[in-house]
Design a protein around this ligand. Sequence first.
Ligand code: ADP
Ligand code: MG
Length: 314
Amino acid sequence: MLKIRNMKLAVYGKGGIGKSTTSCNISIALAKRGKKVLQIGCDPKHDSTFTLTGFLIPTIIDTLQSKDYHYEDVWPEDVIYQGYGNVDCVEAGGPPAGAGCGGYVVGETVKLLKELNAFYEYDVILFDVLGDVVCGGFAAPLNYADYCIIVTDNGFDALFAANRIAASVREKARIHPLRLAGLIGNRTVKRDLIDKYVEACPMPVLEILPLIDDIRISRVKGQTLFSLSSSEHDSSLLYICDFYLNIADQLLTEPEGVVPRELSDKDLFTLLSDFYYTSGQTIGQNSDGFGKGNKNHETATSSEINFSVPDFFL
Ligand code: ADP
Ligand code: MG
C-alpha cells in the first residue's frame, strides 16, 4: 500500500457544482484504500459532511462560541464525528452573515484540530471549500493543502470560477508547495469546453462524471453512493463508485499536477465565446448537459449566450 501521510487536499468549485458530493465520495474511496481520512467542510452552509454522517453536525465555530473560545474545554468528540466508512468529519462553520471572514474560521478550525492533536493524525485531510470567487479568506485552505482539486461542469460560469481558483493556486504556490491535481468534470457528458479550457490553461482532467439521478437521490437520502450501494445491495451503483475510486487512486500516486497559469478574463471570454461562435453547435444549458431542459435537450443558440462579448475588453 502506498505510504501516504498527511496529504492535504482542497476541493474548490462554483457553488452547487457538486463539491461536497464529490468530496464525500472521494473521502470514502480513500478510506476504502486503507487511508485514515478527515473531511473538513469549510462552507458556511455546513452541509459538506451530511451524506457521510446523515445529519448536520455541530460546527467548530458554534462549539467554540458556546465555550467562550476556551480551547481547553473542547474535546475531540465535541467536533469530530465519525461518518460512513470510518471517515472522520468536521464542519468549520461560517462567520456571521455579512461580517467576519471565512479565512478566520478555517484558521480557528486548524488551530483547534492542532490543539486536539488531530491535525497530523490523518493520512489524508480533505477540505471542502466554498469557492465561487476565491477571496483571500476562502483561499485559506490552500495555505495548508498539497493539492487543489477543482470541480466544474462544461459551462462558462463554472470554468470562469475554475480559472479564478487556478489563479489562487498559482499565487499560493509561490510561497508553499501547492499543486493543482486537476479538474473533475461533474454533471456533464459533454467536455468540449473543458477540453478547450485545459488546452489553453494546461492541467489534468482527473475524471468526468455525468448527471446521474442516483447521485441526486443519494443526497436526498443523506447517503453517499458507497453507503447506498451497500445498504440497498444495489450493485448497479458500483459503476458510480468506480468514478470516485479512480480519482482516489490517482491522488494516492501523488501526481505531479501543475502550477497553473490562469487565463486573463479577456482570453477566457474570447476562448469560450469564440468556441461557441465557430463550432456551429447549438448549446444546451451551457453545453454541460445540466440544468433546466436537460431531460428534453432544450437548446439555446450562441446569440442567446450573453457572455459572448469580447468587445467588453476593448
Ligand atoms: P456544492 O457542494 O458544490 O455546493 P453539492 O455537492 O451540494 O454542491 O451538490 C449540489 C446538488 O447537485 C446536490 O443535490 C447533489 O446531489 C447534486 N449532484 C452533485 N453531483 C451530481 C451528479 N454527478 N449527478 C447528479 N446530481 C449531482
Ligand atoms: Mg457543498
